[in-house]
Write a new protein. Structure first.
Length: 329
């Protein structure tokens, strides 16, 4: 119902057994570092300009602070600057979450709350401050209601809300529309490559996330030009529907180009080469400007339906060789 068996032989598609059972072995022990969102955030420390900020963790009703970007010079010795964070949360790393929010979040700003593990757009919430009050997934809550809600969020990361580039907002403004890019490390060539990339686009069915499995659209990104093809949608339907324009907003999908795709592709491959011991990663990235992006998270056992709705992964000889090398096929 999803894959095009009229055009492609079914054997060219990575099947569910291969995806759920065998691809999980590719990264071996390092899968745990990728799938733990906080651990993967730390792995990306060398590429801090391309990772989103994780402010802290909600656990047992408390907020445990992490990142602080504000520093002040306190001494200099031999030309070496010594700095310390100026954020008050550093001296008080464990806080009441409402107190931290009141001090940190300005009117009109948002945060993303997501469980440290898992995917598919599950266990993701959005918190916004507006007119001095808070909206949780768009619903207004009193401070007491919010405190009880946050107390129930065990091991949830408190992350920055990454503002997407204008091209992505035009596609559908009620969700952050991410790129899912797969990288594979070719040991023979000693370089990473991208077998497929898609632009995910939200709808009223999928909001507040953009996931294909929740009703969002998936448009393949041309790996050379960064140009989008038509958007596929399969949710509560008998077959895949294809859209040149967004079915709700009318915004153009097919023919839209990811701004600065060449730079994005090159930088992502540079990062994948640095992390060659993690040879198989599904990257979720937000394009923030021309050639600029932030990594939201990685996936060691990426879903393939939103990818293979466009074409089978095993039809790409280099990808097939990679999967064969890792005993997936």
């Amino acid at each position: 119902m999803v894959y095009d068996f009229d055009t492609y032989d079914p054997s060219l598609y990575l099947d569910d057994y291969q995806r759920y059972v065998r691809t999980g072995r590719i990264n071996d022990h390092w899968s745990a570092l990728i799938d733990n969102k906080l651990a993967f955030h730390e792995v990306l420390g060398k590429f801090a300009s391309h990772r989103s900020t994780v402010h802290g963790l909600l656990k047992n009703g408390w907020f445990h602070a992490f990142d602080s970007s504000e520093t002040t010079e306190i001494a200099s010795d031999g030309g070496i600057k010594l700095e310390r964070p100026t954020d008050s949360t550093v001296s008080r790393p464990t806080r009441d979450p409402i107190d931290w929010l009141d001090e940190t979040l300005s009117d009109g700003e948002q945060l993303v709350l997501k469980w440290f593990s898992g995917g598919g757009g599950n266990n993701v919430h959005f918190l916004e401050r507006t007119d001095g009050s808070y909206l949780y997934d768009g619903e207004p809550l009193t401070d007491n209601e919010l405190a009880r809600t946050l107390a129930d969020l065990q091991d949830y990361l408190v992350c920055e809300f990454v503002e997407q580039d204008e091209y992505a907002a035009k596609l559908y403004s009620d969700t952050v529309n991410t790129l899912r890019v797969i990288t594979m490390y070719d040991e023979r060539a000693q370089e990473a490559f991208i077998p497929i990339a898609v632009q995910r686009i939200g709808t009223s069915d999928s909001a507040p996330v953009d996931n294909f499995s929740k009703g969002g659209l998936s448009a393949e990104v041309d790996r050379e030009t960064g140009t989008l093809g038509p958007g596929a949608q399969y949710y509560r339907r008998d077959s895949v529907e294809w859209h040149d324009t967004h079915p709700e907003t009318g915004s153009r999908i097919e023919g839209t180009t990811v701004p600065g795709w060449d730079e994005i592709r090159a930088k992502l491959l540079e990062i994948a080469n640095e992390l060659s011991y993690m040879p198989y990663v599904g990257w979720d990235i937000v394009v923030t400007g021309d050639g600029e992006f932030k990594i939201i998270e990685g996936n060691s056992q990426t879903g393939v339906t939103a990818l293979q709705v466009h074409r089978p992964l095993l039809a790409d000889e280099r990808a097939r060789r990679f999967y064969r090398r890792h005993d997936v096929v």
